[in-house]
Design a protein around this ligand. Structure first.
Ligand code: HEM
Length: 492
């Protein structure tokens, strides 16, 4: 018996050794730092992950291997490597590596952003693309968004009657963005337009963004994730549950209205409920709530911080603010508020937004992709199951592709220039390929509308004691790339 066991053991060992030897002879993994035992390069990375990864890319090359705890990650930091992952091997990298905190929500398998790129994901993307983000659908509800932009201006106006009081730009545009999205999905406000009462929805979404952005040991050491050592999942779970309850209330009310009146409001909720009524569509009440939640989470903070960064850059570069304002005054004037349909006439404002998301992409590492199978990329092997990041932040600042890469120069986008729609890999703030941001058409409308409205209605200055040169532009890395110190500015 003992001899058989020994022989069995030797055979097993030989088999694994041969497999390992064969693999290491035939595969060339991307280079990277060695890292420390157990923690790998975790300590080296620090809190500004996007920046540390950019520095490592300078040392080791545009495609690196990095061990973070027990997880091995690959990071692409050049247009060429981004193109390989997001275009050439698009299908192979269309799965997601899912952070542990995401699994704390009810029915995480029904989300859009966190499921593998299979037929269920395709079904959800299709309904969003055809029922929410088409020009026709967005145009049909733009009057609701114009109203929200007007309320933002009125709120700031009220605020500036007490002269010299700074406005926390990020705070007011975040609340406005939630209402812009909720009016596109539900045709109702989820936050009190006066920003005073009914703040629960805003606080819940905010809390989820904060919790999801915290570095979590469970992601670096999955064997101990069941312990939830930092309590991140325990903390986030009630916020997810409460948001589902709020969605239930909205859905109940809409279902009652649909019984009483067969006409439809034409918003996304109606489209989803129509799908729920179709047999075999894969949509029901339990699966539409995570999808709706994903749209709020993915769309609100990203669009709000982009508006905040744009205002920060404009205040830091007063001549660009003046140019943007002049353009609005010349093309639209002051007799009426800006509309989404005016944006085509405002090329400088469009260039301001493009330059803002080049320097401050809201999702600097996109969302984590995952290799479905082994892939050969520029002579390196990316093994099946690997987590892959694309560093959109460092790509947008690459001096090989961008002249004066750290300067805020909207003019570079006035002539023929790269486009953010996923075709030019030196500029991928919305990603590219099948997992590219589906909300781009709405994001662009919302950010332009908010920016143009507050630039048209007010002239802005920095609080006393802050000069354009001393304005703090530090970043805070999380799920999104926030401004570390919130932007406060004085309207008049
Ligand atoms: C300035 C604003 C925005 C930026 C910069 C942005 C950027 C991105 C990026 C980089 C990705 C990941 C792409 C990848 O991993 O390959 C993404 C995914 C996503 N975005 Fe956006 N986004 C913005 C606004 C929005 C809005 C307004 C919505 C919807 C209301 C939205 C919904 C989504 C969803 C659902 C995904 C996941 C898509 C999937 O996995 O299939 N985003 N976004």
């Amino acid at each position: 018996m003992g001899l058989y066991l020994l022989l069995f053991g030797i055979t097993l060992f030989w088999f694994f050794f041969k497999t390992y030897l064969h693999r290491s002879q035939t595969t060339k993994l991307p280079p990277g730092p060695t890292g420390l035992p157990i923690v790998g390069s975790l300590l080296q990375i620090g809190p500004q992950v996007h920046e540390s990864l950019a520095k490592l890319a300078k040392l080791h090359g545009p495609l690196i291997t990095l061990r973070l705890g027990s997880i091995t990650t690959r990071v692409a930091s050049s247009p060429e490597t981004a193109k390989e992952i997001l275009q050439k091997h698009d299908q192979n990298f269309s799965d997601r590596h899912v952070p542990d905190v995401i699994t704390a929500q009810p029915n995480p398998e029904a989300t859009l952003g966190w499921v593998p790129g299979d037929h269920r994901w395709r079904n959800r993307r299709r309904i969003c693309s055809t029922q929410m983000f088409t020009t026709h659908k967005l145009d049909s509800l733009q009057h609701l968004r114009h109203q929200k932009a007007q309320e933002l201006v009125l709120h700031i106006k009220k605020h500036c009657s007490s002269d010299g009081v700074p406005v926390d730009i990020g705070r007011v545009v975040f609340a406005t963005t939630l209402n812009l999205i909720s009016n596109t999905i539900f045709s109702i406000d989820m936050v009190d337009p006066e920003f005073e009462s009914a703040q629960e929805f805003k606080d819940l979404v905010w809390r989820i963004m904060e919790d999801a952005g915290k570095p979590n040991l469970s992601d670096y050491f999955p064997v101990i994730k069941w312990l939830d050592l930092q309590g991140v999942k325990r903390h986030i779970r009630p916020s997810y549950r409460r948001l589902h309850e709020i969605f239930d209330e909205v859905i109940d009310k809409r279902l009652k209205d649909r019984v009483l009146d067969s006409s439809r409001s034409g918003d996304f909720l109606d489209a989803l409920l129509d799908q729920c009524e179709e047999d075999g569509s894969g949509f029901n009440r339990q699966t539409i709530k995570p999808l709706i939640l994903d749209l709020f989470i993915a769309g609100s903070d990203t669009s709000a911080i982009t508006t905040e960064w744009a205002m920060a850059e404009l205040l830091r570069n007063p001549h660009t603010m003046q140019k943007a304002r002049n353009e609005i005054m010349q093309k639209i004037g002051t007799n009426r508020l800006v509309k989404e349909s005016d944006i085509d006439q405002l090329p400088y404002l469009q260039a301001v937004l493009k330059e803002t998301i080049r320097l401050h992409p809201a999702a600097p590492l996109m969302l984590p992709h995952k290799a479905r199978n082994d892939a050969e990329l520029l002579g390196f092997t990316i093994p099946k199951g690997t987590q892959v990041f694309v560093n959109a932040w460092s790509i947008g600042r690459d001096p090989k592709y961008w002249e004066n890469p750290l300067g805020f120069l909207p003019e570079r986008f006035l002539g023929p220039s790269p486009d953010y729609k996923g075709r030019d890999f030196e500029y991928v703030p919305f990603g590219s390929g099948r997992r590219m941001c589906p909300g781009l058409p709405l994001a662009i409308r919302m950010v332009h509308l908010m920016l143009a409205s507050i630039i048209q209605a007010f002239s802005w200055r920095l609080p006393d004691g802050t000069t354009p040169e001393s304005l703090d532009m530090q970043e805070q890395f999380g799920v999104t790339l926030k401004k570390a110190v919130p932007l406060c500015a004085i309207p008049s």
